[in-house]
Design a protein around this ligand. Structure first.
Ligand SMILES: CC(C)(COP(=O)(O)OP(=O)(O)OC[C@H]1O[C@@H](n2cnc3c(N)ncnc32)[C@H](O)[C@@H]1OP(=O)(O)O)[C@@H](O)C(=O)NCCC(=O)NCCS
Length: 144
């Protein structure tokens, strides 16, 4: 069901993102294109309306963004994208995944803690609404 995004998918990814984030925070097609053109960035798409982007540097990965369109939420798409991104990150050489999430984003925080992420830091007043960012970390199982 999930598939690896290509540059041809950037319109779809931007459309999903625009439904999931307020306008100032939504990423344009060009932002997705610039990111996906990088050799260490990969994206996944769920055809029902979800997308995730990750970047790998050495043995660390970062989730750059995760978005599920509101009408498709609470069906496991966010979790599926996150778990597949973790597998993908591992195959790209990552041993650890990091991400940032607003302390006010209860939905995402529950999703991440359910997937095994733990809090490792906090950036005060990080977001435009003045909320703190929590830095979360997931250690990947070693690949044989
Ligand atoms: C966060 C987000 C990606 C979750 O996507 P989703 O497809 O609804 O997630 P899932 O269905 O896999 O939910 C997994 C778990 O997360 C938690 N969760 C998800 N949405 C929740 C909500 N609105 N309230 C409370 N918990 C929630 C629940 O524990 C849920 O498990 P359950 O449905 O069995 O109770 C989605 O709400 C979204 O796109 N939000 C806006 C963008 C965003 O915040 N992105 C993350 C930025 S760091």
């Amino acid at each position: 069901m999930l598939y690896l995004a290509t540059l041809a998918d950037c319109d779809v990814m931007a459309a999903i993102h625009a439904t999931a984030f307020p306008a100032p925070d939504a990423w344009s097609r060009d932002v997705f294109s610039l990111q996906l053109a990088l050799p260490n960035v990969a994206g996944l798409l769920h055809p029902s309306g979800g997308t995730i982007l990750l970047r790998v540097a050495a043995d660390e990965a970062e989730i750059l963004t995760l978005a599920v369109t509101p009408t498709a939420r609470r069906g496991g798409i966010g979790t599926a994208l996150l778990l597949e991104a973790a597998t993908l990150a591992g195959s790209m050489g990552a041993r650890t995944i990091f991400l940032e999430v607003s302390v006010a984003n209860i939905a995402a925080r529950r999703l991440y803690s359910g997937a095994g992420f733990i809090e490792t830091g906090r950036r005060p007043h990080y977001y435009s609404d003045n909320s703190d960012a929590l830095v979360l970390r997931l250690d990947l199982a070693p690949v044989d």
